[in-house]
Design a protein around this ligand. Structure first.
Ligand code: SAH
Length: 356
């Protein structure tokens, strides 16, 4: 089965020719898919014959809403989608003044092992397909009934660990015949895979690269982000520098404030010093409590921010959205997995009782 929604219009044209159909059908199909049509019979400008061939040869992905939570505080909506194979991933819709933003997942689980992150508990299950990433934008927009203008790749998974597929997703979502979301309205967040940052720079995309730095010193970063053992801070900062030189785009650095771990004056000073090599903007993130982790939110965010500002660093504190709906990375999927495990356990206990 061909996964239709993962194909570009050009690839769809080639696919149609392969079915003995004219090439212009490719663009028509792409346009229907971009509107959320999931049944070939809804593609009313196609011939009956082609619609039948599509049904026989193709898969059109369509995630189901497993759970939906709407924040009473700020209207943030969190979706837990059930994918074709039963796996679940999360998407968050946030309402900002500059437009509606969706935060999408790139993998089922994650293998990066960051100590503060719920997505990585249980490791990576699999990469998402380009269609599954596109569906998160498409069906969030359709379900919520609002236009989406911005995308951040900051959900479950490490986007640069699913590099080629993420690039394909970007091509699809940016395409003028499709959702047509501009690269400047897209942010991609990475934990710091240096080789992939260099590879991405080569494409010279106008998207915003966010780097999850979280500590300026190797001792701390090694402890909370295992990826640092492969790519230490100095190397990461140099990669950011090269990225900036090649693309002309400033880096956005993410820094989750963790009590007693990365919030000292010494670390603020070192961070400011590091960023002289690779200019960018620092986003201080209040740590979201993850039940499984002993790390707690810092109480020094304002001081840390002031200290960075005194060094001339451009720094903001991220506003918390959806605080009442487990809106941070991977939390909803964890909850669902735990409930499923608890449910299995209950069924097992019942069976044990019955058998005795
Ligand atoms: N793997 C990518 C993108 C997903 S995470 C990355 O590491 O950048 C998106 C952001 O949320 C990252 O900056 C991540 O470090 C941060 N994050 C994860 N868990 C968090 C938590 N409990 N509190 C605050 N930020 C968290």
């Amino acid at each position: 089965m061909t996964d239709l929604k993962s194909l570009t219009p050009e690839e769809l044209s080639a696919f149609c020719r392969g079915l003995g159909e004219p090439a212009f059908r490719g663009k028509q199909i792409f346009q229907w898919l971009s509107r959320g049509i999931t049944d070939p019979d809804g593609m009313t400008n196609l011939s009956k014959g082609l619609r039948d061939k599509l049904r026989a040869n193709c898969l059109i992905t369509c995630p189901r809403i497993e759970r939906k939570q709407v924040s009473a505080l700020d209207g943030t909506i969190k979706y837990l989608w059930r994918l074709g194979d039963g796996n679940c991933v999360e998407t968050v819709l946030m309402r900002y003044q500059h437009g509606n933003t969706v935060c999408i997942s790139s993998q089922v689980g994650c293998r990066m092992g960051c100590a503060f992150c719920a997505s990585t508990i249980g490791g990576k299950v699999r990469d998402l397909t380009a269609s599954e990433m596109l569906d998160q934008v498409l069906f969030t927009q359709l379900d919520a009934g609002v236009p989406v203008s911005n995308i951040v790749l900051m959900g479950i998974g490490e986007p640069l660990d699913n590099f080629d597929t993420v690039l394909r997703f970007l091509t699809l979502v940016n395409h003028p015949d499709g959702m047509d979301i501009g690269m400047r309205h897209i942010s991609l967040s990475t934990c710091g895979l240096v080789d992939k940052i260099d590879k991405l720079a080569g494409y010279r995309l106008q998207l915003t690269l966010s780097v999850s730095l979280h500590a300026p010193d190797n001792e701390t970063r090694d402890r909370i982000m295992p990826v640092n053992r492969a790519y230490p801070v100095e190397e990461l900062i140099e990669a950011c520098r090269r990225y900036f030189d090649i693309t002309g785009r400033r880096i956005s650095y993410e820094y989750a404030m963790i009590d007693g771990v990365n919030d000292s004056d010494r670390q603020a000073d070192l961070l400011a010093q590091r960023l002289k090599r690779a200019p960018g903007h620092v986003n201080l993130i209040p740590l979201n409590d993850v039940r499984e982790s002993p790390l707690r939110p810092s109480r020094r965010t304002a001081e840390f921010q002031r200290r960075l500002q005194a060094h001339g660093v451009n720094v903001t504190v991220r506003r918390r959205l959806g605080g009442d709906i487990d809106a941070s990375c991977g939390q909803l999927r964890r909850k669902r997995l735990e409930e499923t495990a608890a449910e299995k356990e209950r069924v097992k206990v019942h069976a044990d009782i019955r058998d005795h």
